[in-house]
Design a protein around this ligand. Sequence first.
Ligand code: SAH
Ligand code: DHB
Ligand code: MG
Length: 221
Amino acid sequence: MSKELYAAIDTFLTASLIGSDPLLDAVRESCVEAGLPAISVVPTYGKFLNLMARMLGARTILEIGTLAGYSTIWLARALPANGRLVTLEADPKHAVVARTNFRRAGLAGFIDLREGLAVETLPGVAVDHAAGFDLIFIDADKPSNPTYFTWALKLSHPGSLIIIDNVIRDGRILEPNSIDPSIQSRRQLFTLVANEPRVSATALQTVDAKGHDGFAMALVL
Ligand code: SAH
Ligand code: DHB
Ligand code: MG
């Protein structure tokens, strides 16, 4: 199996099940125009996040790692009229692009983008959202994933769902002696999740236009 085949199947699935969505296409284009990295989730993954939020009846969503707001918009579209999404972004340049995209999507009123390092903005989020979030999507700097998982637990309630992106990285997750801190942290993350009695978790490998990766998912008990 080649990355070209993954990408071709991804294109087929997107055309079949999602179709053209000018707003979301423009958000992807905004990444290219602004020179942001092409690491937004693919459309089928965005739709997956949207369906998960709808299945949960999520009214509050937390995202760590906004970029241009592509996954944010998929998630925010699942919210009811009184819903709220908090998204955390460290890079001011990404935040500017994302805010423009939220306005274009007509979703600015639902989305609270907090700029700064997530470890610095999370304490304030905890104060403002003491009841926790129904869905938490972790998709930022990978070495901090164990820290973010711990925060996600703190910011959850029974029935919350925590989804963590990029846990497979072309199989590099299997390298116990990797000197890459982002691989070490992913391995720590699995240990942390596995030993956490307050969640029941799984992880799925994915192949798509971005290659071979996957996500972990933990239901808070
Ligand atoms: N969720 C987005 C992609 C996020 S890419 C999507 O799928 O559309 C990861 C983002 O996390 C980048 O924009 C990066 O600037 C941001 N980031 C990196 N380190 C961070 C930190 N310490 N705190 C908050 N955001 C961070
Ligand atoms: C990277 C980050 C992501 O969130 C992603 O989905 C893919 C790649 C990266 O930093 O390389
Ligand atoms: Mg990601």
